[in-house]
Design a protein around this ligand. Sequence first.
Ligand SMILES: [Zn+2]
Length: 375
Amino acid sequence: MTDSGVPSVGLVFDDRYLAHNTGLWLIDYVTPFPFSDPVPHVSGPGLVGRPKHLMDLYGVTDHMVRIDPVLATDDQLRVYHTPRHLKRVATLSAGAGGETGIGAPMGPGGDRIARLAAGGTIAAVDAVMSGAVRSAYALVRPPGHHAMANQGMGFCVYANAVVAAYHARAVHGAKKIVILDWDVHHGNGTQDAFWRDDQVLFISLHQDDLFPVGWGAVDHVGEGPGQGFTVNVPLPAGTGNAGYAIAFERIVTPIVRQYNPDLIMVSAGQDASIMDPLARMSLTLDGFRAMTRTMMALADECCDGRLVVTQEGGYAAQYAPYCSAAIGETLVGMTAIPDPYGGRAETIPASRLAGLDARAAIDHAASVQSRYWRL
Ligand SMILES: [Zn+2]
């Protein structure tokens, strides 16, 4: 416990995360950039450096316990990744860097940083499962939820949440783990890893068929023993705080309660924010606070508060860092971080009302999942 009586919260952060080099690139250009002045890749160091800076500035990290990341070992990565992927990343890392898969660039020495990201999520799981802290925020980079067994993808090199969930199972005896992925893109790597697995319940809320195309459809529910343990909630562009709140109330909360996990993990990408360049959703700071509170309450109810939040995307340079920092401050029970643009984002209707298209999408997902859960 901290002196304020709030249960202790761990923070994984390391300056080396800032050195992961994604280069200069606009996403839909085949040449690096059309401008005379270079535009940095959206998945830059600010993804984690700025939230850390804000949490320091507003005194949030004063209430957190520092957790040092470790380097994920070959054995830890091989629970999901193929030797071929590990070899490719190692070879690129030893040379000039390059493309670890589809849209997942890395600079020289990047293997070590990607291993620190996976190992940072593992360290957060260790701290939470051992009882050293109640919950933890792994503010790691590069992110992980798009990485596939055989290749990096969508800015992700290794599947951080996947390898950490395997670790929770193998080392700490977790029998049932929830991975809730609210990144606006579909968590295809995580889904793929646990597609035929009932010991990990994967729930993804994402913008419908945004990235990767073809993944995350509402009727993709897992196979074999994993059938019903993959929950996809594709939402229409424009869904905001009110729509997400309904999705959590109608689908996430009842399913997590019925599953009753030993550990809850959140793949937290803040790219469903209203300012994001890579998606078209409308969440504000309050939306991210509300989702965090819901997951904390579910962790309290099911598993003594054991909650690991791991960083995924979030590309609005001035806004996403506030959303990420707001997650950290919610974990420690603070509300000190202001909206950087005042309350303007809250004036949009999507903050107060769910559109008919969002309601229809949530109804549809609930109807599909009602084959497996009482909804
Ligand atoms: Zn994303």
